[in-house]
Design a protein around this ligand. Structure first.
Ligand SMILES: Nc1ncnc2c1ncn2[C@@H]1O[C@H](COP(=O)(O)OP(=O)(O)OP(=O)(O)O)[C@@H](O)[C@H]1O
Ligand SMILES: [Mg+2]
Length: 273
C-alpha cells in the first residue's frame, strides 16, 4: 500500500520558494486504480515525484509497502516498486534499438536473457509497438516515444504504476489502447495504478476519483457520481464525459430513464432499442 500522511512539500531554489503540496493524505492499495484530477499547478506531478521518492517530503511521511522514502536504503527499494511515466518522454533513449531500450530496465534487474526477451516482446505488444522493435528510438514520433517509455515501465513489472498524463501525446486510438492495457493489467495483475489525467473520461474504470486543488486532495468520488453531476462537474471545472453527455441528452428527450447511467456506447444503443 502507498500511504502519505499529512505530507507537505515546497520547491526551494535560488529564484523561488513555492509550497506545492500541503498537508496531503492519500492511500493507494495494490490492485486499486485511483484517478487524480486537478487544475494545472495543483500539485499532481509533485505528488507523483514524492511517491516515486524523487522528492522528499518537508513534513509528513511517504510510505510504500512499509518502506519510508526518508530512509536512503528504503528509498531505493521504493524506486524499484514504483514505476512513473511522465507527460512527455523525458526519458533519454540509451540504445540504438527500441527493443534494447525496453530491455535496459529488466537487464539491470539481473534477469535471464530469455525472461528479458519475453518481457520486452510482451511489453511492446501491449503498446502496439512490436513492429518497431528493431527501429532507432530517436526516429519515432512523440506519441510512439511515449508508447516505448510505457513499454519500458511495463517490462519492469513494478508493483505500482503512476501514469502522469502519460497519454497526452497519443492519438485517440493510442489513448484507447493504453486504457485497454490498464484494464488488462487490472484483471491479470495486482498492480496498484495512479492515473493522473485532465480528462475525466479516462477515469471511467477508476475505483476512486480524487480531486486535487492547491496542493491538497479536496474531495473524492466514484466516477459515476462525478460524471453524472452537472453541479460537481462545474464545481471542479471538469468536462462531462461524451457518453454521459449523450445519455443526458437522451434523458432530456424522455428516451432513457432519469436514474439510468451508461457504462458503454453499446449499452446506450441496447437501452434505446
Ligand atoms: N521544479 C520546480 N521548481 C519550483 N516550482 C515548481 C517546480 N515544479 C513545480 N513547481 C510548482 O509547484 C506547483 C505544483 O506543480 P505541479 O507540477 O506538481 O502541478 P501539476 O498539478 O502537475 O500541474 P500540471 O497539470 O500543469 O501538470 C506549481 O505551482 C508549480 O509552479
Ligand atoms: Mg503535472
Amino acid at each position: 500500500m502507498i500511504r502519505l500522511d499529512q505530507v507537505s512539500f515546497s520547491y526551494i531554489n535560488e529564484q523561488v520558494s513555492r509550497s506545492a503540496v500541503h498537508d496531503l493524505s492519500f492511500t493507494l492499495e495494490a490492485g486499486q486504480l485511483v484517478a487524480l484530477l486537478g487544475a494545472n499547478g495543483s500539485g499532481k506531478s509533485t505528488l507523483a515525484r514524492l511517491i516515486k521518492g524523487r522528492l522528499l517530503p518537508g513534513k509528513g511521511n511517504v510510505v510504500v509497502d512499509g518502506l519510508n522514502t526518508r530512509d536512503k536504503i528504503q528509498r531505493s527499494q521504493v524506486q524499484n516498486l514504483v514505476g512513473l511515466v511522465g507527460p512527455v518522454p523525458d526519458h533519454q533513449f540509451i540504445s540504438n534499438l527500441v527493443a534494447d531500450d525496453v530491455a535496459f530496465g529488466p537487464q539491470n534487474l539481473g534477469l535471464e536473457r530469455a525472461e528479458i526477451n519475453r518481457r520486452v516482446d510482451a511489453a511492446l505488444k501491449m503498446v502496439s509497438m512490436e513492429d518497431y522493435a528493431q527501429y532507432p528510438p530517436y526516429l519515432l514520433s512523440g506519441g510512439q516515444k511515449q508508447r516505448v517509455c510505457l513499454a519500458g515501465i511495463l517490462a519492469m513489472q513494478f508493483r505500482y504504476l503512476i501514469l502522469d498524463e502519460a497519454t497526452s501525446m497519443l492519438d485517440p486510438e493510442g489513448r484507447g489502447q493504453v486504457m485497454q492495457v490498464l484494464a488488462r493489467l487490472r484483471q491479470e495483475s495486482n498492480l496498484g495504478i495512479l492515473l493522473i489525467t485532465q480528462n475525466l473520461d479516462e477515469a471511467q474504470m477508476a475505483d476512486r476519483v480524487d480531486i486535487m486543488q492547491q496542493g491538497k486532495i479536496v474531495a473524492n468520488f466514484c466516477f459515476r457520481e462525478l460524471a453524472a453531476s452537472p453541479h460537481l462537474l462545474r464545481q471542479y471545472n471538469l468536462e462531462e464525459p461524451p457518453l454521459f453527455h449523450l445519455a443526458s441528452v437522451l434523458k432530456s428527450q424522455g428516451l432513457l430513464p432519469h436514474d439510468w447511467y451508461p457504462d458503454s456506447l453499446d449499452q446506450v444503443v441496447k437501452a434505446l432499442c
